[in-house]
Each structure stands twice: as C-alpha cells, then as structure tokens.
Design a protein around this ligand. Sequence first.
Ligand code: NDP
Length: 285
Amino acid sequence: MSIDGHTGLYVILGNPIGHSMSPAMHNAAFRALGLNNVYVACRVEGEELGAAVAGLKALGFQGGNVTVPLKEKIIQYLDGVSEEVQLMGAANTLYWKGDRLWGANTDGAGFIKSLEKFEPDFRLLEGALLLGAGGAARGVAVALALNGLKKIMVVNRDMTKGQALVDLLKSLGCTALLLDWKSPQLIQALTENLLVINTTSLGMAPRFEEMPPLAYDRLTTDHRVVDLIYKPAETRFLQEAKKRGCRTMNGIGMLLEQGLLAFRLFTRCEPPEEVMAAELERWLT
Ligand code: NDP
C-alpha cells in the first residue's frame, strides 16, 4: 500500500522507542484490512511531551499508543481519560472521542484477557502474589481487583511505591499487603497464593541471568506462574517454575491483547488477531 494524501496517521510515543513492536503489529493489521493508514514510532523527551501532543492534534493524527516513560506524564496533556487511567495513573492508548483526544489503558484489560485464556478460573484461586509495583504492576493489580480477585500481596524494593499500590488496592476493596523481598512472610505468601505474577524487569533481555529472589522450592503443581516479560519467551523465573511442575505463561499474550483492544479503540475496526499475533511471533523469534 502506498502513502498518499488520504493516509491516516497513527503513532507510538516513548523513549527509547526503537525496540517497540507496536508499529510492526499495527501496520500488519492495516495491510491485512486494506486500510490506508500508517503507524510510526516517535521518540519524545519528557519535557517535549506537551508540544508533541499539541502537534499530533494539529496534524490530525488519528490515535496511537504511549509507552515508557511517558504513560503517566501524558495524562495532563489529554482532553480526558478513562476511569481505569484515573485509577492506574497511566495511559497507553490515544484515540478521539468526538473532538477530544482521550487516553485509555488497555494494559490491564489486555492482561486479564490473556489470563482468562490461560486460567479461566483465576478468580477461584486463593490470591495473587504480585512481584513488583512499577507501572505495569499498577495496571495489572487494578485490573485484577476490578475483575474480582480479592487478595493481592505485593513485593517491591521501593517500599513507598509498593505502599501506594497496596493503598490503592485496599481502596478497591481488596485485602492487600506489602512485603519486602527479605521478609520471612514472603515464603508463606508464596505457599498460599497460587497465582504468582512477575511484573519486575528482572530477567528481561539482555539480562537473561536475573530472576526474582524467591524460595522457588515452595512452588507446587497447583501454582499458576506468569511473567509479563516476553523477551526472552521463557525467563529463568518461568524455567524455575516449570521445573516444579507449575503451569506458566509469558507476556506475549498480554502484549497482543492490549494491542487488539487499542486497535479497536483508535480505528473502530475489528483487528485481524491472527495477523497481529503472527507479526509478534515473527519479531520475537
Ligand atoms: P517500571 O520501571 O515501572 O517497574 C520496574 C519494576 O521492576 C519495579 O517494581 C522495580 O522495583 C522492579 N525492579 C527492577 N529492577 C529490580 C531489581 N534489581 N530488584 C528488584 N526489583 C527490581 O517498569 P514497567 O512496570 O513498565 O515494566 C516492568 C516489566 O513488565 C518489563 O519487563 C516490561 O517489559 C514488562 N511489561 C510487559 C508488558 C506486556 O504487554 N507483556 C506491558 C508492560 C510491561 P522498584 O520499584 O523497587 O525499583
């Protein structure tokens, strides 16, 4: 498809941005549907974000995404945001609601969709042990709370960030507790909570050797173990869980699902799921 005077413009803003798989995934979808659109990646410095958003509006961009480290900062420049964005404090999707540029967060809902495919009965599990309290953790934790999980234990190094997440979860009606990586209670939490989710960046390429410091021997065949990391496809964390017979899931499903939800919002078209999934696989192998 060639670019012409009618081509619709979509963008992902972030810094760095060269590694993003969103352009490949969404452009493959545009091609498959025969849409005259193009999706580009733009590296934006934090202090230029207001100007960048004004530029997108002035140039008639039709929507797109926002990634690290701009997901929180972008909120102040938008004309409105969804309830999830208000709770999570982060937006990853931009789309137009009438003449207003709106921010949504599809990370949390994307995570839940991937989790439902992996473990349809996740709500029946005793509780979740959430490793990390960064941006991704907030999205995942809020989505779990909004989707009926009643107990979430959070482990984080930065206790201020961890406590802020725990307070947020409590405000949503969850039983939540913050633990330190060295806390003796962590062993018990690992034994009791059958859904264990790594949202830290430990083990992410290129630092393949890293993994969260846990008593992995406490894992059993009843545990469901999830890593948000998708590169590598199997982190050391997931390998250790597999050795103990746990069922495991990596972050590719979440990446795809957040993209499908975003595509629906900013194009109002049904995304070609198989094409987008194949494009992600191609990029990751
Ligand atoms: P943030 O930088 O916001 O958070 C990083 C988290 O990792 C924090 O909890 C941080 O703890 C923890 N962490 C980092 N280094 C260490 C360490 N050495 N020891 C202990 N804890 C550590 O990043 P994001 O939340 O945006 O992303 C986190 C991961 O999730 C990344 O690997 C990213 O690729 C993945 N991700 C996957 C998505 C998907 O679609 N599958 C979507 C979004 C993210 P502390 O606060 O104490 O520093």
